[in-house]
Design a protein around this ligand. Structure first.
Ligand code: ZN
Length: 271
């Protein structure tokens, strides 16, 4: 994201986006692969800009700097090196470190980022437990009590924008047998199924009903649904009461019948 170098196992390591020294969590949502020298330069930037740790000791006097540093961290991860210019005091320290190491700054147009656009929100920390408070008092840790935490709201911002801009889709009045066959096929499956597998399964279902073997999309198209509609859109438009879906990553979608528990409950009662 900074220098544009091609990453390999040898020249890269894992960076905590929100530094551990500033309260960042040690989980994958807070990690990114980065070239080793940029990673070191980011760490050095923190120490030049904020001074040596521990940072809670400087609170609240250093809060303005801590905040700018964390925001610079987040924005460069999500929008690339040049976006760091929004926080010039931090950015120029980082650039001068890279340049003094003889490292050229050639930000790439694409990199392995977090995948999501993130809204950065500042939240108050949870109240500490009783014993934590006792020990904090004994060891003079009081000042961290009111340190706000920068959290990353992992909603997919890009998707929200698309949804807002998208014009209303036209929902056609189509023959009920379209819904009937999709629901009949899906209701024979226990739990969730990914869309790709369901699509293959649906072709077998059609064959078993002496119907023409075709893909889900072709099947929908044969009822007049435009080819450009994704199956997710079809679910939203025609099956919002019956089918649930959830995305896993960028491409995998799982679908399942809604209210399955209700059906199972009624079936048990019959017994
Ligand atoms: Zn780099």
């Amino acid at each position: 994201m900074h220098c544009g170098i091609r990453l390999t196992r040898k020249n890269s390591n894992t960076e905590h986006i929100h530094d551990r020294a500033l309260g960042g969590i040690n989980e994958s949502s807070n990690k990114i692969i980065m070239c080793t020298s940029c990673n070191l330069a980011r760490n050095k930037t923190m120490q030049i800009y904020l001074g040596p740790p521990s940072y809670w000791q400087g609170f609240p006097g250093n809060w303005d700097r801590v905040k700018k540093y964390l925001l610079w961290n987040a924005v460069t991860v999500d929008k690339g090196h040049d976006a760091g210019e929004s926080y010039p005091e931090v950015h120029h320290i980082f650039e001068s470190i890279l340049q003094s190491n003889g490292k050229p700054i050639k930000p790439p147009s694409h990199w392995f980022g977090r995948g999501n656009y993130c809204d950065i929100i500042v939240t108050e920390p949870k109240r500490r437990g009783f014993w934590i408070r006792v020990f904090d008092r004994i060891f003079g840790y009081e000042s961290s009590q009111n340190t706000p935490v920068i959290a990353v709201n992992r909603t997919n911002h890009r998707e929200n924008i698309e949804e807002r801009v998208k014009p209303e889709r036209e929902i056609l009045k189509i023959d009920e047998s379209f819904r009937h066959h999709i629901l009949a096929a899906l209701s024979t499956i226990q739990g969730e199924i990914d869309l790709a597998t369901f699509s293959s399964y649906f072709q077998l279902y059609l064959v078993s009903k002496d119907m023409r073997k075709q893909s889900l999309k072709q099947f929908a198209h044969s009822f007049g649904i435009p080819k450009r509609r994704s199956f997710i859109e079809i679910i939203e438009d025609y099956f919002s009461n019956e089918i649930d879906y959830r995305r896993v990553g960028q491409t995998v979608v799982y679908i399942t019948m809604k209210n399955r528990e209700v059906f199972e409950y009624l079936a048990n009662e019959d017994e």
